[in-house]
Design a protein around this ligand. Sequence first.
Ligand code: COA
Length: 150
Amino acid sequence: MLIRKLNAEEQPPLHLLLLADPSLCLVEAYLKRGQCFVAEVENCIIGVYVLLQTRPETVELVNIAVDDSQQSKGIGKQLVYHAIQNARLLGAKTIEVGTGNSSVGQLALYQKCGFRITGIDRDFFIRHYSEEIVENGIKVVDMIRLTLDI
Ligand code: COA
C-alpha cells in the first residue's frame, strides 16, 4: 500500500470523504483549505485523509476514512501515523482531531495512536448539521476534541 498526496488534476475520492463526514459542504470546504492524501493499492484508492493548517504550529486531521471492505486491517492506523509525520514536516507542534461522542471505534483509534482528549465542543453536531445523526445507537451531539503534541 502506498500513501501519497492527491495530485492537483485528480478528483478527490468523495465517496470515501463522505464516509467520514456526511456534509458535502464541509468536505468541499476542507478540500479547498487542506492537503488531501490517499492510500492506494494497485491503482485503487482505499483510504483518505485531509490535513488542515488551523493555527500557527497546529494542524488538524479531518476526513480520515478507509473503504468499508478494507476496514479493520490497520490501514486507519497507518493513515493516522502518516498524518502525524506530515504534520511534523509542516513544522507543526500539535496535531488535533475531532470526532463524535458516539464514535467509539474512532475514539479508540486516535487514543491508540497517542492522542489525548482535550475538550468537548458541546452541541457541535446540533449546530452544524440539520439532520439528526445516530451512530452505534447513540445520538451524535457533541464533538470530542483530541490532541497530540509532536
Ligand atoms: N474498541 C477498541 N478498539 C477499537 C474499536 C473499539 N470499538 N474499534 C476500532 N478499534 C481499534 C482497532 O482494534 C485498531 O487498534 P489495534 O491496531 O490496536 O487493534 C484501531 O482501533 C484502528 O484499526 P484500523 O484497522 O487501523 O482502522 P480502520 O482501517 O478500520 O480505519 C476508520 C478506521 C475510522 C478510518 C474507519 O473505520 C472508517 O473509515 N470509518 C468511517 C469514516 C469515519 O468515521 N472516519 C472518522 C471520522 S472522525
